[in-house]
Design a protein around this ligand. Structure first.
Ligand SMILES: Cc1cc2nc3c(=O)[nH]c(=O)nc-3n(C[C@H](O)[C@H](O)[C@H](O)COP(=O)(O)O)c2cc1C
Length: 190
């Protein structure tokens, strides 16, 4: 057979193989098929537990990530923030955010929060109130210190009445396992 023809066939074969390998590597980081839906993972976290879950969700879905940041940061001292949050809850306070974010370009918004006094943290309340979730899917998640999600997800639906709020993922402190998160997202059939 013609030498050039054989070389051409070998080169084409190598090219096709390398494209296949590239696709495998390109998809390696995104482990859940989101059917081309645009995904945002928005979260607030004071001590890092909820942030760790948010980052796992982001890696699994390949979505964008947005850290909800209050204009005035909350104190890190546990007793101080517990007392402040208690007072804020009593007067249904919505803390101002450094940036309200924008959910306009997304189909699915994962919304994560620590449980504060049986519900979501103040900054997450503001994020939900300041964005238009009409026609969006909210997938909530939270971390807690032993009391479970309490009314967190119910309260999220109240603040975003025109969104469809799906089944949430609840984990204790920093105990969330990536495989459990993956099974939860897969089970939602997004
Ligand atoms: C102000 C405040 C209130 C809290 N209230 C609750 C609660 O009602 N129920 C609960 O189980 N844990 C409660 N916790 C514990 C946190 O939900 C838990 O430590 C969470 O994982 C912290 O998440 P983060 O590291 O993302 O900030 C509270 C913690 C703080 C700081």
């Amino acid at each position: 057979m013609n030498y050039k023809l054989i070389t051409g066939i070998v080169l084409c074969f190598a090219l096709i193989c390398s494209f296949g390998v590239y696709k495998v590597f390109a998809n390696q980081n995104k482990e859940v098929n989101m059917n081309d839906k645009k995904v945002l993972v928005a979260y607030y976290s004071l001590s890092g537990n909820t942030k760790a879950v948010a980052e796992k969700i982001q890696r699994l879905t390949g979505g964008d990530i947005f850290e909800i940041t209050p204009k005035t940061p909350y104190p890190k001292e546990y007793n101080v923030v517990v007392e402040q949050a208690s007072k804020e809850k009593a007067r249904d306070f919505f803390p101002e955010l450094a940036d309200n974010g924008n959910v306009k370009d997304y189909d699915i918004v994962f919304v994560g929060t620590p449980v504060w006094w049986y519900t979501m943290a103040g900054p997450v309340k503001t994020f939900l109130r300041e964005n238009d979730f009409t026609g969006k899917i909210i997938v909530p998640f939270c971390t807690h210190g032993g009391g479970g999600e309490s009314t967190t997800y119910i309260d999220m639906q109240k603040l975003a009445p025109h969104a469809k709020v799906l089944q949430g993922y609840t984990s204790y402190e920093n105990s969330a396992k990536e495989n459990d998160i993956k099974n939860w997202i897969t089970g939602l059939k997004l």
